[in-house]
Design a protein around this ligand. Structure first.
Ligand code: NAD
Ligand code: UGA
Length: 465
């Protein structure tokens, strides 16, 4: 089957960029991205391409090229399903917040809704592609639901997990390390796999397109995120030991990273990893392992999360300890709120938890982030439910000028590694702060020596102060 029409359900951080790149690379394939969120679709269709809802370097250019030609954003889900040969499901799969598996299992209600909608609408031959990250064996649930279609649909289910990282999504999609496609190993299944392979082969070298059975593909996605997050927790655990022993975690990272078996990436100590997926996917892995009675496996991976929570808390405690054990009424300026640079995504960002801890100690927090809106920051804090919305508004302020945000502060906490923070006029910032003026660098990006020369007390992750 040669694919000429694709529909993607879910116009989020994955659906939007992924489909934009497919549309760019395959001008003869009609790609329609649909979502039930009308505001999101309106933003994707905004005439001003800089206003698309996902901030991602290079994405506006890709959208500008393909939108209206063979890339469309719509809220008409039924029509898009009906017209497409291949349907990607790219909806959210957050951690369950209720019932059985609360706090660990993935909430698959949006996936199931999609499957039921496909079952209701689709006719003829369809290939349904799991793009969302899903627990291993979800394809069998999808199959069960799709089997009960009244329309005599003939379908195949593929797993095609996405490995892009936010902030570098366009580059990752244009030149992926690999594309993974899992499918049924029957003749029909292999045909479906091949149809998707041919889409990617338009720009991805064939040797980078891996094909497996469905279950390996589903589990590989959880495994990849677990391994990546584990590296961050591993180096973060050692950052604490470094702080007690005068070893420097940056030097340790460099020293071990040159071992080709270990490699240099993902060894940056930090205030803790965030993002929508690492925590949720590991919790899911833990839940699945426990559900098979594999307690040792579950405990092993759970430790990655325990260490990450510890790292975030440890950072907040360090701020308090260095401000004479009280931050009550003291202004602490946050540089950065996003979970990493070059994205406006704040899901599970360490900044949220550090702020929450400091607010519990009655600190006044003021925040500057180049891409995150004030509304998003308040909504992140309110979501924790630690205090009322009004209390959050009274204790935390958001500013659009970093110099003003730092004015009169006792301390600055660098929570995101935005490049612009390095080039600020730090003498000007110092002159307008209370003394002693502290910088807590949660990303180890600042020039420690230069800041100390200005007069700052500088505290990094994983080095003795
Ligand atoms: P997101 O929340 O940004 O987007 C999901 C979208 O799906 C939302 O806009 C929502 O309105 C829409 N949606 C939900 N149910 C729907 C339905 N029934 N019909 C139509 N639209 C519906 O989520 P995301 O970050 O794009 O993640 C999507 C999936 O991809 C998740 O499973 C995630 O684990 C996985 N993933 C995410 C990343 C990432 O970097 N964000 C990377 C790889 C994989
Ligand atoms: C991660 C994976 O890298 C992607 O391959 C995957 O597709 C995606 O999750 C997903 O499934 O959602 P992402 O979360 O967007 O991508 O960003 P990362 O670059 O992995 O960073 C995650 C977090 O770890 C960030 O908070 C980052 O600051 C932190 N990190 C990363 C460190 O603290 N140190 C490092 O060395 C690397």
């Amino acid at each position: 089957m040669k694919i000429q029409s694709i529909c993607c359900i879910g116009a989020g951080y994955v659906g939007g960029p992924t489909m934009a790149v497919i549309a760019k690379k395959c001008p003869d394939i009609k790609v329609t991205v649909v979502d039930i969120n009308e505001a999101r679709i309106a933003a994707w269709n905004d005439e001003d391409v800089e206003k698309i809802p996902v901030y991602e370097p290079g994405l506006p250019e890709v959208v500008a090229e393909a939108r209206g030609r063979n890339l469309f954003f719509s809220t008409d889900v039924d029509k898009a399903i009906d017209e497409a040969q291949m349907i990607f499901i790219s909806v959210n799969t957050p951690t369950k917040t209720y019932g059985e598996g609360k706090g660990q299992a993935a909430d698959l209600k949006w996936i199931e809704l999609c499957a039921r909608q496909i079952a209701r609408v689709a006719k003829g031959e369809k290939i349904v592609v799991e793009k969302s990250t899903l627990p291993v064996r979800t394809a069998s649930t999808l199959k069960d639901i799709l089997k009960h279609t009244g329309n005599g649909m003939n379908f195949q289910i593929l797993s095609n997990p996405e490995f892009l990282a936010e902030g570098t999504a366009v580059d990752d999609l244009m030149a992926p390390d690999r594309v993974l496609i899992g499918g049924d190993q029957s003749e029909e299944g292999l045909k479906a796999i091949n149809a998707l392979v041919e889409v990617y082969a338009r720009w991805v070298p064939k040797e980078r397109i891996l094909t497996t059975n469905v279950w390996s593909s589903e589990l590989s996605k959880l495994t990849a995120n677990a391994f990546l997050a584990q590296r961050v927790s591993s180096i973060n655990s050692l950052s604490e030991l470094c702080e007690h022993t005068e070893a420097d975690v940056n030097e340790v990272s460099r020293a071990i990273g040159t071992d080709s078996r270990i490699g240099p990436k993902f060894l940056k100590a930090s205030v803790g990893f965030g993002g929508s997926c690492f925590q949720k996917d590991i919790l899911n892995l833990v839940y699945i392992s426990r559900s098979y009675g594999l307690d040792e496996v579950a405990d092993y991976w759970e430790q990655v999360i325990i260490m990450n929570d510890h790292q975030k808390k440890r950072f907040a405690k360090k701020v308090i300890r260095n401000l004479y054990n009280t931050v009550s009424g003291k202004k602490i300026a946050f540089l950065g709120w996003a979970f990493k640079k070059d994205t406006n995504d704040t899901r599970e960002s360490a900044a949220i938890y550090v702020a929450d801890h400091l607010l519990n100690e009655q600190s006044k927090v003021s925040v500057y982030d180049p891409k995150v809106t004030e509304q998003q920051i308040y909504s992140d804090l309110d979501y924790l439910g630690s205090r009322s919305s009004e209390e959050n508004k009274a204790s935390l302020s958001v500013g659009s000028d970093p110099y003003k945000v730092c004015e009169g502060a006792h301390a600055i906490a660098v929570l995101t590694e935005w490049d612009e923070f390095k080039t600020y006029d730090w003498k000007r910032i110092y002159d307008n702060m209370l003394k002693p003026a502290h910088v807590f660098d949660g990303r180890n990006i600042m020039d420690k020596k230069a800041l100390k020369e200005i007069g700052f007390q500088v505290h990094s992750i994983g080095t003795a102060d």
